[in-house]
Design a protein around this ligand. Structure first.
Ligand code: FMN
Length: 312
């Protein structure tokens, strides 16, 4: 069974990896994702220029009925230099995605200048969609700023770079963001980040379940799957074929991975379910995916990718 993918000349022997922010903050966590025989790559925690402790706790909560997670971590991370050391020194055959999330345009440009000048030879994921930093809106909901940042980035940046997007909820918004992204030589687009600013209430105590922002936080897991699939599908239909798709959101089974691929995903990331289940999730998901492909008589994901059927 061929479960490989290719983005910007990088070969991925497996289509699964962690989603940024989950099991990837420390070098040990990053190593554990790379060590799995069922991951094709690893993505780092989104780095800011300096170490950040993030928001106050409790800041992450798993919904009791398996519906997913809510978090307002606030980008806790070890700082840009820590991840730069990791991604330039790590000896591995698997491609590494270096996720960066500046809290301003200038912070993003400064980090990307450093990456451009460094020996890093993997892929960069520019996170334009963190919903959990108080006072900082999700950049990719602002078309003008998104275009401005990408224009400046591509005036000097020559390494493979993609963007991590927030979910969009209107056909016009899919059209707008795709029109902007198609102006740039992006290697990939990753959809979706958490659905921003959900609210979960504890049944016993009538209290919110996380402390930052009065309980508002990014939502992930099964409750976001339909939105994630819609974003992967809508963007795949609109983006230049040279821009590959990373599908993220709502993956808890091999069937979910398969559906992301049907919608056009080249790689598929696991966030909430990885946090819940640990790195053994990759083996389970790949085996479930392979079983579905075998049952349907496919030999390769290429036969499935983007082949979603609609009702004529
Ligand atoms: N996305 C990022 O791009 N950068 C991050 O640093 C980041 N941190 C996260 C931390 C936690 C605890 C969780 C649950 C998610 C985080 N995300 C971050 C979003 C995930 O990468 C993913 O896009 C989202 O959770 C949807 O996937 P899921 O349904 O599999 O959870």
């Amino acid at each position: 069974m061929n479960l490989t993918a290719n983005i910007a000349g990088f070969n991925f022997d497996h289509i699964l990896l962690n989603a940024a922010g989950v099991v990837c903050q420390t070098s040990d966590e990053l190593d554990s994702v790379l060590a799995s025989d069922y991951t094709g790559a690893v993505v780092t925690k989104s780095a800011t220029p300096s170490l950040r402790p993030g928001n106050v706790s409790p800041r992450y909560h798993e919904l009791t009925n398996g519906l997913g997670t809510i978090n307002s971590m606030g980008l806790p991370n070890e700082g840009f230099d820590y991840y730069m050391d990791y991604v330039t020194q790590k000896q591995t055959d698997k491609p590494i995605f270096f996720s960066v999330a500046g809290l301003s345009k200038q912070e993003n440009l400064d980090m990307l200048h450093k990456i451009e000048e460094s020996e890093f030879n993997g892929l960069v994921e520019l996170n334009l969609s963190c919903p959990n930093v108080p006072g900082k809106p999700q950049t990719a909901y602002d078309s003008e700023t998104t275009e401005e940042i990408l224009t400046e980035v591509f005036s000097f940046f020559t390494k493979p770079l993609g963007v991590k997007l927030p979910p969009y909820f209107d056909i016009v918004h899919f059209d707008n963001i795709a029109n902007i992204l198609n102006k740039f030589p992006l290697a990939f687009v990753n959809a979706i980040n958490s659905i921003g600013n959900g609210l979960v209430i504890d049944e016993e105590t009538d209290t919110v379940v996380i402390k930052p922002k009065g309980g508002f936080g990014g939502v992930g897991g099964p409750i976001v799957k339909a939105t994630a699939l819609a974003n992967v599908r809508a963007l795949r239909q609109r983006l230049n074929p040279s821009i590959k798709m990373v599908g993220t959101g709502g993956v808890t089974s091999g069937r979910d991975v398969y559906e992301h691929v049907l919608c056009g995903a080249d790689l598929v990331e696991v966030g909430s379910q990885l946090a819940i289940e640990g790195t053994s999730v990759f083996e389970r998901l790949e085996k479930e995916l392979a079983a579905i492909l075998t049952e349907k008589g496919y030999n390769s994901l290429d036969e499935v990718r983007g082949q979603l059927k609609i009702i004529e």
